[in-house]
Design a protein around this ligand. Sequence first.
Ligand code: MG
Length: 257
Amino acid sequence: MAITIKTKEEIDTLAEGGRRLALVLKRVAAAAAPGVSAFELDTLAERLIIGSGGVPSFKGYRVAGIRTPYPATICVSVNDEVVHAIPTKNKILREGDIVGLDIGMWYKKLCTDMAITIGVGKVSPEIERMMAVTKESLDLGIAVVRAGAHVGDIGHAVEQRLKKDMLGIIRDLAGHGVGYELHEDPFIPNFGSPHTGPELKEGMVIAIEPMSTLGTWRVVLQDDGWTYKTADGSLAAHFEHTLAVTKDGAEVLTQSV
Ligand code: MG
C-alpha cells in the first residue's frame, strides 16, 4: 500500500487508540512472570483490547506467501525468537527469559502498533544492556523524525546506536507506515544513510521498530510460517512505537499517560 497522509482528526483518533493500546500492553507486561504461559498473556491482551473498545489487528492478518493467517492477538517472542512468535499454551515463561511483546489494535477503524521487550524475573546484565540500548535506539530514531527528514535518517540513527554496543541489527524486518492498514509504505529499515529514502511528510503515521541481537543479524523463518528466530541462537530484543510526523518533530501515539 502506498504512503498515505492522515488528517488531524484521524491522528487524534490514532492517539486515543494508541493510548489505550499502551495501557493494555502495560497490563499484559505486568502479568508476565515465571510459570505464566504465552497463551495466557494472549488471552489477557485480547480481553483488555476488547474491553477498551478496540479490535486486535494481528489476529487473522495475512501475509503474501505465508500459508495461515496469524492466529493470535499478540506476538510473544522468547529468547532467540526475534518477532512474530505465536503465543502457544506450551510456551511457559521462565525466570531469566527475555520476552518481546508485540501488539496491534484497531480503534475506530484506525490501527496502531507497538512492542516492548521485558525480562522475566531477574535477567543477566547483558540482557539488561541489550534492552536498554535497543529502547534508546528507538528514542534516537524518533528524535530525527520531522517533516522534510528522510526514512534513511531514522535507520541511520537506530543503526549508529546499536552498532556502538556491537549489537546485531536485523535487516530482513523493518518498521512501516501504519494507520489505515497494519502495514503501509514506506518500509523503514533499522539501518541506512542520512538524506536517503522517502521524504517524511506532515501527517504520515509510521511505526519504528528496532530489532537487535547479541549475535549476528541473520534470522530464520520457522516452520509455523510466522516465527523469526536468530540464525545463531543469540538472544534478541524489539521495541516499537507508532508516531505521527509533524512539521517540526514527531507525536508518539502509543504512549501511556
Ligand atoms: Mg510493526
